[in-house]
Design a protein around this ligand. Structure first.
Ligand SMILES: Cc1cc2nc3c(=O)[nH]c(=O)nc-3n(C[C@H](O)[C@H](O)[C@H](O)COP(=O)(O)OP(=O)(O)OC[C@H]3O[C@@H](n4cnc5c(N)ncnc54)[C@H](O)[C@@H]3O)c2cc1C
Length: 815
């Protein structure tokens, strides 16, 4: 029977590659009082059977940074710890069997360059030179990443564990954590099979068990296991130890030389979820039964790409479980529901290649109290509480495994576990041709199909089938009037005698304004980075309505509630589901609203950035003159049960004015013309308002200051080194999505954060941070350059602007 210490500063649950990496990195930072508990033996969960591919190119900049770091770490780990890892930098080749796939690869190659990765485009013949057993039939091209590699997952984990031990970490095997202890909203330790351990920080690295481990503390860790297959052949001629990893996503297959044999693995479109009733307690170093019928078509596809496979005998049919998350991105960070409980889990089949970076940033997060850079892509706070629902996870997992190799189409929407959260207007919108997209389970109309057209996406890298319909919605907003269902907005009420004082500290802008005013503001961290982007409406002396986005609902509420001191006479309440929101936008919105209310809507009585409760039809609604599309317009807030009657009234009265329903794709096009920032893409916790061009929303000298002010003042004094600018292509043809490199006078200076075609301006638009050799960055320098955006490896001329490209003075919103 093991014994456990009574105290440790940090307890890590789980000794897979991820737990060991977190322990290693805590030790490297000098944090020695760390206890790692593994219920069986290190690597016994998923890690021991991983194929060991270590790729570097991920979907976003920061995830690529983490994977790149992993490669660098593994390169030196054996030298450092004396434990062999089997890491070898053999490179990787991804082949394309269609023009669309080749475009995807070329866009990826552009992105890779932007991230500093070495990347080469190869012809099919050149790919075959590097991979002689490859059949190039039907191939269009390939991409080669020379620094990708492979490793031995067990040895690499043991090396991390050894490095951790050398740094002072205690690792105990055969000790199961059975409960997470907490008090007053903080984790205080764990109960284990060998006694209790008090701790300041508990880290859930329990792999596919992490869902149930999180459940002990009522924390959502949305992941589900799925069966994952590979085979290993008998020794085959023509395989050398330095053969690159080969990926043929169109055949759902990857190939790795393995001691003279070939390991062939798959990411099939229809995966098999596993462990729906919970992961068996004693599961260790176990395989799942092989399912030959399931892999047969995959095998056939792999054989078409590597025909000699047909003659090779198969030595191992392997099937092992791995965890998948609803959006195919892993889960990192402090649980919003419980301070001191951190999670690193849900690695979607890339846990070996992600573990180095994930372990490093999580260790930094634990020790510094914040992530070292913007990790929103993988932040646990992106998930809504419902997403731990097992049926939802099980159904979504059938799709997410295959997504890794599926086409990563722009605007692609999930196909499983849909229809979970719906606005009360959902069915009305569906009846009018809405095509829905989903954010955290919330169905939102992205575009409207005209009568006779099916509201279904036809994906491509070019103009998709909805392009013209969305353009018409866009024009209705610019020229007439359109209605958006924005009910998915997150809404919070902060009230109490100290509400103004508390919010004033949290908000960078001045919110102690007269009742009826709306304030656009950011919430900053101590480093001056943007934690949230919200509007605050003063509803009463002691009551404020805060509006943010559906995607940040959990994050923003956590930031808000943690920002309210215990002694303050103020409370925050999430009222997102209580209120529906309709956006009535466009130059004729006032005329339409006026036909349904007696309220004085004149600019004098009801100016921009003001909010009033008015009669509308039979209802009373809060009308707020605010916009995300850059036109005269009103956001209408009403208790949800009034939304249908208000909507019906608006549609009836709007018909003679040509009122059109509009969706989120049109909104995105409209907001980019106005260069309105989007949290998560254009702004995040490492971007300051000065860098983001949002200094106008900072009340530098308000009484009591605000969180982040000192950091911001320092930055103001020294000047910024990077600046967000609006980017417009000069040619109407190419389409931007995001992550495209931005060049200035032939030098890489940034990348596109978010992008959309701007239908009024007639070209693709984006926002991008430009950094330059000159610091502080000056307007003159920014404006003097010749700019190009790289689209699928071709450079396209562009112009940049510090001001919005459409209505830079903002006259239209104030009309
Ligand atoms: C077939 C297959 C091929 C793969 N190939 C690759 C690849 O090529 N490249 C790549 O990057 N990734 C690959 N992966 C994915 C990779 O293996 C995983 O992402 C990674 O191993 C996850 O590591 P982990 O530490 O999160 O989980 P695990 O390795 O499962 O570790 C979690 C540990 O927590 C322990 N634990 C659970 N509950 C408790 C408790 N209550 N108390 C104490 N301990 C507990 C478990 O025993 C387990 O050891 C593959 C996966 C599979 C299935």
């Amino acid at each position: 029977m093991q014994s456990v210490p009574s105290d440790a500063r940090v307890v890590i649950i789980g000794g897979g590659v991820v737990g060991c990496s977190v322990a290693y990195h805590l030790a490297r930072r000098g944090c020695r009082d760390v206890l790692l508990l593994e219920r069986k033996r290190l690597t016994c969960g998923t890690t021991w059977h991983a194929a060991g591919l270590v790729g570097q190119l991920r979907a976003t900049h920061n995830l690529t940074r983490l994977a790149q770091y992993t490669t660098q770490l593994y390169e030196g780990l054996e030298r450092e710890t004396g434990q062999a890892t089997g890491f070898r930098q053999v490179g990787s080749i991804a082949v394309a069997a269609s023009a669309a796939r080749y475009e995807e690869l070329r866009r990826g190659a552009s992105m890779a360059r932007c991230f500093g990765l070495e990347v080469e485009l190869l012809s099919p013949e050149a790919a075959r030179e590097r991979w002689p057993l490859l059949s190039i039939e039907g191939l269009v091209g390939a991409v080669y990443l020379p620094k990708d590699g492979r490793t031995n997952p067990v040895d690499t984990t043991q090396a991390l564990a050894r490095g951790a031990r050398q740094g002072g970490v205690r690792i105990l095997e055969e000790v199961a954590v059975t409960h997470i202890r907490s008090a007053a909203g903080r984790a205080t330790g764990v109960t284990t099979s060998a006694g209790e351990v008090r701790a300041e920080v508990v880290i859930n690295c329990a792999g596919m068990w992490a869902h149930q481990v999180g459940g002990w503390a009522d924390v959502a860790v949305p992941l589900h296991a799925a069966e994952h297959f590979y085979i290993v052949t008998e020794p085959m001629a023509g395989l050398t130890a330095d053969l690159p990893i080969l990926r043929d996503a169109d055949a759902c297959s990857y190939f790795k030389e393995d001691a003279g044999k070939l390991l062939v693995g798959w990411f099939e479109p229809q995966a098999k979820p596993w462990g729906a009733a919970g992961i068996p307690e004693n599961f260790a170093f176990e395989q799942l039964p092989p399912d030959l019928a399931h892999i047969e078509p995959l095998f056939a596809a792999a054989m078409r790409r590597v025909p000699t496979l047909a003659e090779a005998g198969v030595q191992v049919f392997f099937n092992g479980p791995e965890s998948f998350t609803p959006d195919d991105r892993y889960i990192l960070g402090e649980a919003p529901q419980l301070r001191g409980l951190f999670v690193a889990a849900g690695f979607n089949s890339i846990g070996i290649q992600s573990a180095g970076g994930a372990g490093k940033v999580l260790a930094d997060w634990v020790l510094d109290g914040h992530p070292p850079f913007d990790l929103w892509d993988v932040d646990i706070r992106r998930f809504a509480p419902f997403q731990r629902n097992r049926r939802y996870l099980r159904e979504r997992t059938t799709e997410t495994l295959g997504l890794l190799y599926d086409m990563h189409w722009p605007f692609r929407q999930a196909e499983t576990a849909r229809g979970v959260r719906k606005s009360v207007l959902h069915d009305r919108l569906a009846a009018r041709g809405a095509c829905f997209g989903e954010v955290a389970g919330y169905e939102r109309a992205n575009w409207f199909a005209p009568p006779g057209v099916a509201p279904r996406y036809q994906y491509s890298y070019g103009r998709q089938n909805w392009f013209d319909y969305s353009a018409a919605e866009h024009r209705a907003v610019r020229e007439g009037v359109a209605l958006f269902d924005q009910s998915s907005f997150a809404k919070f009420i902060v009230q109490g005698a100290d509400a103004a004082a508390v919010l004033s500290r949290i908000c960078a802008n001045a919110i102690d304004v007269p009742v009826g005013r709306i304030v656009y503001t950011q919430w900053l961290n101590e480093r001056g980075g943007i934690e949230a982007d919200v509007t605050v409406t003063r509803e009463a002396e002691d009551r404020f309505l805060i509006v943010s986005s559906c995607a940040t609902q959990v994050r923003d509420l956590a930031w808000l509630t943690r920002g309210i001191p215990i002694a303050a006479r103020a409370s925050a309440c999430d009222v997102s589901s209580a209120y529906a929101t309709l956006g009535l936008m466009g130059p004729r919105s006032r005329e339409l609203l006026a036909s349904l209310t007696d309220a004085d809507l004149s600019t004098l009585a009801f100016p921009f950035a003001s909010s009033r409760v008015i009669d509308l039809g039979y209802a009373r609604v809060r009308a707020s003159r605010i916009t995300y599309v850059g036109e005269l317009g009103y956001e209408l807030y009403m208790p949800t049960e009034f939304a249908q009657s208000v909507y019906d009234c608006l549609l009836e009265a709007g018909a003679p004015l040509g009122l059109r329903l509009a969706g989120y794709h049109a909104m995105n096009s409209l907001r980019l013309e106005k260069a309105y920032r989007h949290f998560g893409h254009d702004i995040g916790d490492e971007d300051s308002p000065l860098e983001a061009g949002l200094a106008f929303a900072v009340a530098w000298d308000k009484p009591g200051g605000f969180i982040g002010r000192e950091a911001l003042l320092r930055q103001r004094a020294s000047g910024v080194r990077r600046r967000l600018v609006a980017v417009a292509l000069t040619s109407p043809e190419p389409l931007l999505y995001h992550n495209e490199p931005l060049w200035r006078d032939g030098e890489l200076v940034g990348r596109i954060c978010s992008a959309m075609f701007g239908h009024t301006l007639g070209v693709s638009l984006g926002l991008a941070y430009v950094s330059g050799a000159c610091a502080p960055l000056t307007r003159e320098w920014l404006e003097a350059g010749q700019y190009e955006v790289e689209v699928a490896t071709e450079r396209v001329p562009a112009r940049i602007s510090l001001a919005p490209l459409y209505d830079p003075a903002g006259a239209r919103v104030r009309e």
